[in-house]
Design a protein around this ligand. Sequence first.
Ligand code: SAH
Ligand code: ZN
Ligand code: ZN
Ligand code: ZN
Ligand code: ZN
Length: 495
Amino acid sequence: MDVTAPNDESFSIEVILSEGGKTAPCCPHGPTLLFEKVRKGGEKGRKFYACSACRDRKDCNFFQWEDEKVSEARLLAREAENQSKRPPFTQQEYCNQFRKFASLPVEEKKFCQDCQILLLPGEHEAHVSHRSMAVSAAQLRRPSVLLRPLDNKKSNAQYLFTDRSAHFLLDTLVALGYRKVLCVGTPRLQELIKLRNLEQNHEPMKSLLLDIDFRYAQFYSQDEFCLYNMFNHHFFDGEASAVLQAFLTECDGQKVVMVVDPPFGGLVKPLANSFSLISQTWRKLQSSDCSNADMPMIWIFPYFFESRILECLPSFTMLDYQVDYDNHPLYKHGKTGRKQSPVRLFTNISARDVVLPKEEGYRFCSVCQRFVFSLNKHCAKCNVCPSKDGREWKHCSTCEKCVKPSWKHCQSCGCCALPDHPCGHGQEKEGCFNCGSLEHKRKACPLKDTHRISSHRSNAKSGGKNVSHHPLLKSKAKRKSGAARRAKKMAALSK
Ligand code: SAH
Ligand code: ZN
Ligand code: ZN
Ligand code: ZN
Ligand code: ZN
């Protein structure tokens, strides 16, 4: 019996991105990623391919050892499975259907809530026993309101921007002079851009949505939506990469920017790789004078991924702006004032130019040359505005850096820590098992209930250790006997 605990921290799972030349096998989500189990001592394990998009076996159970010989029969079965998971229509067909739908009289415009599709008159019959609703022209323009947000805990939970955050983003892009917005996993932003275009009093903006949720395909034309996987830069429709190319071409000085809000459970490295590929495509399409420029991007992600993101994309900076979500159980904009969201903007746009709203408590720090949250006071000793979480941090002269307000310097550990930290347990800093943050343990994880990060453990500071709850590990964990599991649980509770 394999009793590898899911939080056995003696190894990590690393993604290997450049194993030049070899083509990865495909799962329904496009080319898989190559992973490698690395033990603490550096000893490497057998490499394997697994789904790029799904962190849970239940969602995609693709698994193949790198050196495995796959039988013809299995290849055929795999191909059939991949085919069966494809959307039923091409983008062209979706677009034609949408045109028909839009021209229907009001009383014939129906949306099936069970199937999450718009129904043309001929289809009403087949859905009579389903819950359906009438769709107004206004509702048709807001697919992100009409569609039920996916709540698949591990891979694809959809968290939609509050109006406050969505408008902030759009206003910021407008102010910076962008005219084309590549919306990657940001359907609500795309929607807002199209709504804004309906108002006559300003220059229209173009937008293209790249998303893996094909329900959105129903509402857009071919040059507005591409089914796309941001973890392997895969377009499900062969012609779609041409759509992206056309979009990235800046004619008549129309500047393009990308805004991406990936699922927080996503691995940073493959995401950064895809975004770099988009940037490369953009660069090739530029006139010669900016051959080494990067495409402007905003990546929305929790602040405790800062070091990992900067590791992959060193030209990015994290901004203090707190992004919040409508349907997020914890970070809703409540009547009693919003709880502090851990989600921030990472961008290669000059921080000085991204004006954060004064009325929400942001100010400009002239030393740091960026807008910061009001409680983020500039520390003369560190010479930065140090706070990451929105609270006021304080300087520890022994550690020679600013730390969280709740931390105290501990003589025996020789560093600052929470007053109730397991003292004397050495320097071995083990972050939160859920999200990888060193600031808290899993029990106190602000994202625990959302499971948005539950799949990826990143050790924010050491950078080197990184255990993801990979399908493989998951399956092993499941194989653990009930008794072993209970014993472990009891041990944890009695701490
Ligand atoms: N805040 C955004 C939604 C973010 S939720 C908004 O309000 O517009 C994450 C989004 O990424 C969802 O739209 C989801 O469908 C999409 N997504 C999840 N996994 C993806 C993948 N592998 N590739 C592309 N898009 C993905
Ligand atoms: Zn898959
Ligand atoms: Zn400062
Ligand atoms: Zn300081
Ligand atoms: Zn201590």
